[in-house]
Design a protein around this ligand. Structure first.
Ligand SMILES: *Cc1c(COP(=O)(O)O)cnc(C)c1O
Length: 430
């Protein structure tokens, strides 16, 4: 297919680079790992997005996850507009915040007490501080390739040995901070056991994405999450589920319900924020009550529990509950994934397609992907070629090999068919 016209995006990208660092407000948007010109959007509706040059795309990025009912869902926008008429922010409590917290608590019972924040990063950062306060310990265990936002303690890569202390993964993260974080391989129970044996008395918490979305989709193997629960309990550490992606993704609940595990703390964002800047963390009452004003752990925010965002989130959650799109989302994703595998076989292209519920990743690899080191064996150059071929076909996948694609209830069977035809043509170019 002919290259699309992208002159306006090209011009905007040049202009953006003169005022915004790298032309963007979040790095992956700049297309650095796939090359080329990032598309600047003008609008979106349902499963579709339109760029400023008028090109239409079927969107599988979906703002990185929040839009499980698709873009610009009328009821959600109306709810936000109605709330906005009463004022955009007060910094004084509202009933809306209580309502939202009640809905979240009912859907995810481990959230005995909650706090609303404006971003997932803040939710995670606050949960870590709380875990450290609750245990009187400093160390955090995370998994390599996971993303939990950009707090200092989590921008950490593995040390030299399997259970050595971490090293900064970004300039500007103090080495001493990084040395309070252990970054272990996902799905590796022996590594976690070893870490607890070595550092058990110092570990405040283990933080994990129950289904990993940020090294691409990677599913927890049988017993992995259960072991984390057992080991944390045994060693007096907290288990934090970062459900910013997984919360309300697979059902009207957290992934914790699917796996039958009750974490001490849970972080939410994306879907739970209704496509607005709203996130949350919460958990056991005894731990959460350490937060100010009840306790000595500070946390707060000018826009926390924002009434417009909270009203939109409530509306999205109420639609989700009413419409229960999950069985249909799973069916469509299964069809898409099976179709992609079939097209790859036809074209003789080696891919591994990992999926769980309505999220999936096409890894250009010959080996199963079960952690970051196997994910990294994928051919990112091939992914970049695939990504651009799809873009030319009007299909928008995330601009990096190490991200998850998402489906929304607005994705139709015809979208799936069109996507598969595009995927087939993209593979045939290899
Ligand atoms: C997106 C994400 C975050 C960070 O949320 P922001 O709202 O972008 O700050 C944290 N954890 C996970 C698992 C995420 O996917």
């Amino acid at each position: 297919m002919a290259q699309r016209k992208i002159e306006k995006s090209r011009r905007l990208f040049k202009r953006a680079q003169k005022v915004l660092v790298g032309g963007v407000n979040s790095p992956v948007r700049a297309f650095k790992s796939v090359g080329g010109v990032p598309r600047f959007l003008s609008r979106a509706q349902g499963s579709k997005i339109w760029d400023v040059d008028g090109n239409e795309y079927i969107d599988y990025c979906l703002s990185w996850g929040p839009l499980i009912l698709g873009h610009a869902r009328k009821e959600v926008l109306n709810a936000a507009a109605l709330a906005l008429k009463q004022g955009s922010t007060f910094g004084i409590p509202t009933e809306t915040e209580i309502e939202l917290a009640e809905v979240l608590k009912k859907a995810i019972p481990s959230l005995e007490r909650l706090r609303l924040t404006s971003s997932g990063t803040e939710a995670v950062m606050s949960a870590l501080r709380l875990a450290r306060a609750a245990t009187g310990r400093d160390f955090i265990v995370k998994f390599t390739g996971a993303y939990h936002g950009h707090a200092d303690s989590l921008l950490v890569q593995a040390g030299s040995g399997l259970t050595s202390l971490g090293r900064p993964d970004s300039l500007g993260v103090p080495k001493s901070f990084a040395q309070t974080t252990l970054s272990l391989p996902y799905n590796n129970i022996p590594a976690v056991k070893e870490a607890f044996k070595k550092w058990g008395g110092k570990i405040a918490a283990v933080i994990v994405e129950p289904v990993s979305g940020n090294m691409g989709t990677v599913v927890p193997e049988k017993g992995f999450l259960e072991s984390l629960r057992d080991l944390t309990q045994k060693h007096g550490a907290l288990l934090i589920f970062d459900e910013v992606i997984t919360g309300f993704r697979f059902g009207f609940c957290g992934a914790q319900k699917l796996f039958g595990i009750s974490p001490d703390l849970t972080c939410l964002g994306k879907i739970a924020g209704g496509g607005f800047p709203l996130a949350a963390f919460g958990g056991k009452k005894g731990v959460m009550n350490l937060l100010a004003p009840l306790g000595p752990v500070y946390q707060g925010g000018t826009l926390s529990g924002n009434p417009v965002a909270a009203r939109a989130a409530l509306e999205l959650l109420s639609l989700l509950k009413k419409e229960n799109p999950y069985p249909d989302l799973n069916r469509k994703t299964d069809e898409l994934v099976a179709g992609i595998c079939q097209e790859a076989r036809k074209a003789g292209v080696s891919v591994q397609v990992n999926s769980f519920g309505p999220m999936f990743t096409v890894f250009f690899s010959q080996q199963p992907v079960r952690d970051y080191s196997s994910a990294k064996k994928s051919d990112a150059k091939k992914y970049a070629a695939f990504f651009h071929a799809l873009l030319d076909e009007g299909v928008y996948f995330p601009p990096s090999q190490f991200e998850a694609c998402f489906l929304s209830s607005a994705h139709s069977d015809s979208d799936i068919r069109k996507t598969l035809a595009a995927v087939g043509r993209a593979f045939s170019r290899f």
